[in-house]
Design a protein around this ligand. Structure first.
Ligand SMILES: Nc1ncnc2c1ncn2[C@@H]1O[C@H](COP(=O)(O)OP(=O)(O)OP(=O)(O)O)[C@@H](O)[C@H]1O
Length: 605
């Protein structure tokens, strides 16, 4: 295990990648891990982790929490919740240990916790735990009646907890960092204030020569952008004249431009790479962005994970300073704090609907781990799937793999075994990805084998089981992947399958309710079927999986620093996927990975 800099049991690794510039000062980012990005694709299968930061409690403050809050000295009451209002100082220099830039940023923290009713022996608590809904209705929260009408026809009557909390702060015009568990309705929590911002701006200013973009929503992946756009359009149903456009990689740039010019567009949902292309292309978008009222970042931390920092800095430079900015996330890794400094005002609100010290995963999702050698993994995945299918006739399963190429290999194996399976990763063309994503949304009795492109934000309803094969890039990624099941307060199941040498990762999850999976009795017949399937799969698929596997694990510090063990494990993985000998590496690649002279590595002649 590496040094625990974040103080939360996570081990981090330092590679200084870049020297960036924040508000006129030198600022260096320390990060670890593989760092790749397609130019406009925005969501390359990627893993990335970085340096830690400590946030120190500063003092309680008597502060206002929007119109719904009754002040209670240093805490307040919001519906069923107690709200602690804490002013914090975040020392910027702890983000950046190499810089002498020592400035303290203050942020106000709104911490929601359930009211501890006297005499309640857990009954009401349990009830609250089981629902993500708050007691408040949309028709009483002061938003536009046309939006309420759309919410009602979409079946949204009561707000979820995060929506109740976020609306109060956002409608006041405050910048905010908002944390809520996966699948609890964060999308509507930012779409509603976004629509309000447009409605307000439209009524106050109708005579502008260039029609301004009023709201910009940035998110890390193309699928997530389409999902946010779809949900926004549902809530815009009765708002004539308010238009939304999506700007993501993998589509025709010229077509984007045409749509922007000819269709109403007050709201843009974009991935950062493609948006920046438009801004730099001098297509007139930067002028329209000067009228921006609200900037929203969904899955804020992941935007930095994927290396979008520079793009976001450039985008933020093009936006007016007088705007409201909102950051939404299910976890608060260091990247989120970094991005909040880039985007939010110093006195922003921090709305935490999870609560300090509370488990970030859902009680209704049963979590377990299974540690078995590589050569059994395909067999185990197959058996887990078969058992789940027999118990859940309407099964819907997501299997996460470490990389896109390993995803592709597992997909081929399962397809050969006649499982009802689809694959999703960044090597697939955009049209295919969109089609599979739409299909999986509405399907039952289907298995999606995927890389991390589906890990965050994707709302596939009623996923009954999430299997994670191999260590996730970090603890947050484990939580986000797991969060694809048990959404909207429903039940779910998550299984993490590790090889014995990966078992150390369980330490990072020790505060989560992860149980040991009961011993599996493997069917010997399956072994033969797997071997049979592997034999039918093209060698190039297996070779690509091996190379990707090696690259992924080499990028994880705890593993990558012991190259000899890594190569030994890689060679075992190689045998487990039916390759006689490990595929060779280009000399340059081996050198870059620090593997050139490691026994067991073959160099391409
Ligand atoms: N007020 C509401 N009433 C009923 N259902 C709702 C409400 N708000 C959201 N939902 C539903 O809850 C589901 C999860 O919402 P959403 O995708 O916004 O979650 P999220 O918190 O953004 O998750 P993630 O952290 O994974 O991105 C969606 O199916 C959405 O339609």
């Amino acid at each position: 295990m590496g040094r625990d800099l974040a103080g939360n049991g996570r081990s981090v690794n330092l590679i200084n990648l870049s020297g960036n510039h924040v508000r006129g000062r030198n600022y260096s980012v320390q990060s670890r891990g593989r760092f790749r990005r397609n130019d406009n694709s925005s969501d390359e299968d990627s893993d990335f982790d970085s340096e830690g930061e400590s946030v120190q409690p500063f003092a309680n403050e008597n502060s206002k929490f929007g119109r719904n809050v009754r002040k209670l000295g240093s805490s307040a009451s919001l519906g069923k919740y107690d709200v602690k209002i804490i002013k914090r100082r975040v020392p910027l220099n702890s983000l950046d240990e190499e810089s002498d830039f020592a400035q303290q940023v203050e942020s106000i923290r709104y911490e929601l916790s359930k009211k501890n009713a006297a005499g309640n022996e857990g009954g009401e608590d349990r009830e609250l735990e089981e629902t993500i809904l708050s007691g408040k209705r949309f028709d009483g929260c002061g938003i536009s009646p046309l939006t309420v009408k759309a919410l009602t026809s979409a079946g949204y009557i009561q707000m979820t907890r995060v929506q109740e909390a976020a609306l109060s702060v956002c409608l006041e015009g405050k910048d905010a960092l908002i944390k809520a568990k996966t699948g609890t309705g964060k999308t509507a929590a930012f779409v509603l204030p976004a629509i309000e911002a447009v409605v307000k701006a439209k009524t106050s200013n109708t005579n502008q020569r260039v029609s301004p973009i009023l709201v910009l929503i940035l998110c890390p992946t193309r699928e997530l952008a389409s999902q946010i756009a779809a949900e926004t359009n549902v809530l815009l149903k009765y708002h004539d004249g308010i238009g939304l456009q999506t700007l993501v990689g993998g589509t025709r740039f010229k077509e984007d431009q045409k749509r922007l010019e000819s269709n109403p567009c007050q709201i843009i949902v974009a991935t950062p790479g493609r948006l920046l292309d438009h801004i730099e292309n001098k297509s007139g978008l930067s002028v329209r962005l000067m009228g921006l009222k609200m900037l929203i970042l969904d899955e804020a931390g992941h935007l930095l994970d994927l290396g979008f920092r520079k793009d976001i800095e450039k985008i933020v430079d093009c936006l007016p300073r007088q705007r409201q900015s909102l950051l939404f996330t299910a976890t608060i890794p260091k990247e989120v704090r970094r991005i909040s400094q880039l985007v939010l005002k110093k006195d922003h609100a921090f709305v935490d609907t999870v609560g300090l010290g509370c488990v970030e995963t859902h009680d209704k999702v049963k979590q377990s781990s299974l540690v078995e050698p590589h050569e059994l993994h395909f067999q185990i995945v197959h058996q887990l799937l078969m058992e789940h299918i027999s118990q859940s006739p309407d099964y819907k399963v997501i299997v996460f793999c470490t990389t896109g190429m390993v995803t592709s290999l597992l997909f081929h194996v399962l397809r050969e075994m006649k499982m009802n399976v689809k694959e999703m990763h960044s090597r697939k063309p955009q049209l295919y990805r969109t089609r599979i994503s739409e299909e999986f949304k509405v399907s039952k009795r289907l298995i999606l084998v995927t890389s991390d492109v589906s890990a965050r934000g994707m709302n596939y309803p009623d996923v009954s089981l999430v299997i994670q094969v191999g260590i996730p890039s970090d603890r947050d990624q484990y939580i986000h992947r797991l969060g694809r099941t048990g959404r909207e307060g429903k039940e779910g199941q998550g299984i993490l399958l590790l090889a014995p040498w990966e078992e150390y990762f369980l330490d990072e999850l020790k505060d989560l309710p992860v149980e040991k999976f009961p011993t599996l009795r493997l069917d010997p017949g399956t072994k033969l079927k797997i071997e049979d399937s592997l034999a039918k799969i093209d060698g190039s698929v297996k070779e690509a999986a091996f190379h990707a596997w090696l690259g992924y694990y080499n990028s994880i510090r705890e593993i990558g620093r012991d190259k000899t063990t890594l190569v030994e494990q890689a060679n075992q993985f190689c045998q487990s996927i039916g390759l006689q000998k490990p595929p060779s590496l280009f000399r340059k690649t081996a050198l870059k990975m620090g593997l050139r002279d490691i026994p067991g590595i073959r160099i391409r002649k």
